[in-house]
Design a protein around this ligand. Structure first.
Ligand code: ARG
Length: 285
């Protein structure tokens, strides 16, 4: 008798489980399992929560890059993970080339972007930004023996930038939009490689990335030059224009990680110090 009961129990449990699995496979995308994780059905009972898709151009160490295992890692990634935890939302990161990254937001392929994106007045017209989470500035990289001493010296020289970045903007302003001396690359590391190869005289890019490259590629004989004409920049998380629901969650999460010390910890891990550069929540331009 007990064996019948057990069989009945197992049967109904099986049906129940199948139902749950089916429910979890409906409409919403289940959270992508981490590489090497077991089948997603194993954790099916919880109702599938919305997973926010985060686009990031993961060729921007130390902000976002892919490690040997192909995982997307970096300062920006940890900030968004911490923000998501506070906001009670699930996120998954998808490597998204810079070219077209903003489009992916408009088309709904990505829910938010984290990519060391500078908040600019122009971009604010087509997307919404969170409160700033990082202070940055342009920085010039040149060969150690270069005679270049200031930004203005680049007026007639070959300069490498990542296409469509704020580095591109400053050099475009100096040389003019159609200057043949501006070499626009799809990714910042490609511009830096070109500097190494001697194809350009300088690279203009975000300070954090340039500094990291100069300090971590012992083979590169670069030095950096800062210039008073570079205006301060601030990074923000971008969402589709009008997505206030998500934006509010992100801003709340950002405020929380700034006050509870999480932000400072992540900052110190990547940049040393005690998060002195955490921008004030209200500051924005
Ligand atoms: N901060 C610069 C900008 O917003 C460059 C950002 C590039 N980010 C990246 N992950 N490639 O224009």
């Amino acid at each position: 008798m007990s064996s019948i009961t057990t069989r009945h129990f197992l049967q109904s449990a099986g049906i129940l489980l199948a139902g749950l699995v089916l429910a979890a496979c409906g409409k919403q995308e289940p959270p992508a399992p981490a590489a090497g994780a077991s089948a997603p059905a194993a954790s099916a009972p919880a109702p599938a929560a919305k997973v926010y898709v985060v686009g990031t151009d993961a060729a921007y160490v130390p902000f976002e890059s892919q490690n040997d295992k192909g995982e997307i890692v970096g300062f920006d990634i940890e900030v968004v993970q911490a923000v998501a935890k506070k906001a009670g939302i699930e996120v998954k990161f998808i490597n998204t080339p810079w070219e077209g990254i903003f489009n992916s937001l408009n088309q709904g392929d990505r829910d938010l972007l984290v990519s060391a994106i500078t908040i600019t007045a122009e971009r604010k017209q087509t997307m919404d930004f969170s409160t700033p989470y990082f202070d940055a500035q342009q920085l010039i990289a040149v060969k150690k023996d270069s005679k270049i001493a200031k930004f203005n010296d680049l007026k007639k020289l070959k300069v490498g930038v990542q296409n469509g970045t704020t580095g591109d903007e400053v050099i475009t302003k100096l040389q003019g939009k159609d200057s043949p001396n501006i070499k626009r690359f799809e990714a910042t590391p490609l511009a830096l490689k070109e500097l190494e190869a001697g194809g350009v005289d300088a690279v203009v890019a975000d300070n954090g990335v340039v500094e990291h490259y100069v300090n971590n590629n012992s083979g590169t004989q670069f030095k950096t030059i800062t210039d008073a004409s570079f205006s301060p920049e601030q990074y923000g998380l971008a969402v589709k224009k009008g997505n206030t629901e998500l934006l509010e969650k992100l801003n709340k999460g950002l405020a929380d990680i700034k006050t509870d010390g999480t932000y400072d910890k992540i900052y110190a891990k990547y940049f040393g110090g005690a998060g002195a550069k955490a921008p004030a929540a209200a500051a924005s331009k």
